[in-house]
Design a protein around this ligand. Structure first.
Ligand SMILES: [Mg+2]
Length: 363
């Protein structure tokens, strides 16, 4: 038997408590609970992928995703990992309605291929940059918690603070002011996760401007389907208006780009998978639209896969890859220098594959 043949595929779970509930306007994660896909080749090479399940955002569930992953597993046994592109396409057709599983399969395939070839994943994307600084999220909570957490993370070295808003207009304004007070010299991003109307957004932005606060990024201020609102705000505001929930498919994105309807796109590998993420990056760059790389609730495994893509291919303006900083325990083994305590990643240090391996394996 050739050495590069997929011999075994298995599905596992990954669980980890968080340091605090990760609360946004549309719901909350109390812990990380994701799926892992393990691909074993005939020469013993192993590749891992992670399916980040965010039921309150995508409607995907652990049970259904695990079943889909198991059903798909049979279809790639016996395939040659060197034909990785064919496997990525096959996965894209199968997982159209379960994108986090698509991401798990595609990254496990790439991890196995790159480990087999003994190269890091970023190399396949062109190796543009290796260092990146992520923002840190200020979740929805009290004004005091927002202030204290910002101060603490600033002391650790974080310089970009992404504040989740959208539960209560007045409370949100108080929290944004509190964060700015704690981290005067830092950049502020806002993410409303669909909660405001375009009109409310304008008054929100003018209100915080009175306190000298001009956010660099305003993510998904309006409803998913409110493309007009996004276009209006993108023209009206100096801040980059970044579509996240509104950019869930290639069609959504091309629609917005064709109409010059948005000033930024949040590419999440969990929404698009690897192939479409590449396509969307190119389309957006051709239109001069800003790019953010984001994520769901993910461990270092999925986070690194997104880093290899964004850093390796280049062109990303905003890095929003901070969920590993919310895990209360180590769940992956990796080269420690890749992730710093201050939000700086050095993906250039990965020697093989994605560069993270589950520390413990669950059934
Ligand atoms: Mg978002």
């Amino acid at each position: 038997m050739k050495e590069s043949i997929v011999k075994k595929v298995s599905v596992h779970t990954l669980k980890c408590p968080l340091i605090m509930p990760f609360t946004i306007s549309s719901g909350s994660h109390k812990e990380l609970e994701n799926l892992l896909l393990k691909i074993e080749l005939s020469d013993g090479t192993i590749g891992w992928g992670e399916a980040p399940i965010a039921s309150h955002i995508t409607g995907e569930t652990i049970e259904k995703s695990a079943k889909n992953l198991r059903d798909f597993s049979h279809k790639i046994i016996g395939a040659d990992i060197k034909n990785y592109l064919a496997l990525l396409v096959k996965a894209e057709e199968f997982f159209e309605k379960n994108r986090s599983s698509l991401f798990a399969v595609q990254t496990a395939v790439m991890d196995a291929f790159c480990r087999f070839m003994a190269i890091p994943l970023w190399k396949l994307y062109g190796n543009k940059v290796s260092l990146g600084s992520t923002d840190i999220t200020i979740v929805i909570g009290s004004e005091k918690d927002a202030f204290d957490f910002s101060l603490k993370m600033r002391a650790r070295g974080f310089k970009i603070f992404k504040i989740k808003v959208g539960i209560d207009f007045d409370e949100d304004i108080k929290r944004v002011i509190a964060v700015k007070k704690a981290v005067k010299d830092c950049s502020i991003y806002l993410d409303a996760n669909c909660a405001y109307s375009a009109k409310e957004t304008i008054s929100f932005i003018s209100e915080i401007k009175k306190y000298g606060i001009v956010p660099e990024v305003l993510e998904q201020p309006v409803k998913k389907e409110d493309y007009e609102g996004l276009a209006f705000l993108s023209k009206k505001l100096k801040t980059a208006v970044v579509a996240d929930e509104s950019a869930y498919s290639l069609d959504d994105v091309s629609h917005m780009l064709r109409k010059n309807g948005v000033s930024g796109i949040n590419i999440k590998m969990t929404k698009f998978g690897l192939l479409r993420a590449r396509e969307i990056r190119q389309l957006a760059m051709a239109k001069g639209v800003k790019l953010m790389i984001g994520q769901m609730m993910e461990s270092q495994l999925a986070t690194f896969a997104a880093l290899h893509f964004s850093m390796g291919s280049g062109g990303f303006d905003f890095l929003d890859l901070d969920t590993p900083y919310f895990l209360s325990a180590g769940v992956m083994s990796y080269d420690k220098k890749i992730i710093s305590s201050s939000g700086i990643y050095n993906i250039g240090l990965v020697k093989k594959g994605i560069g993270a391996v589950p520390a413990k394996v669950y059934k």
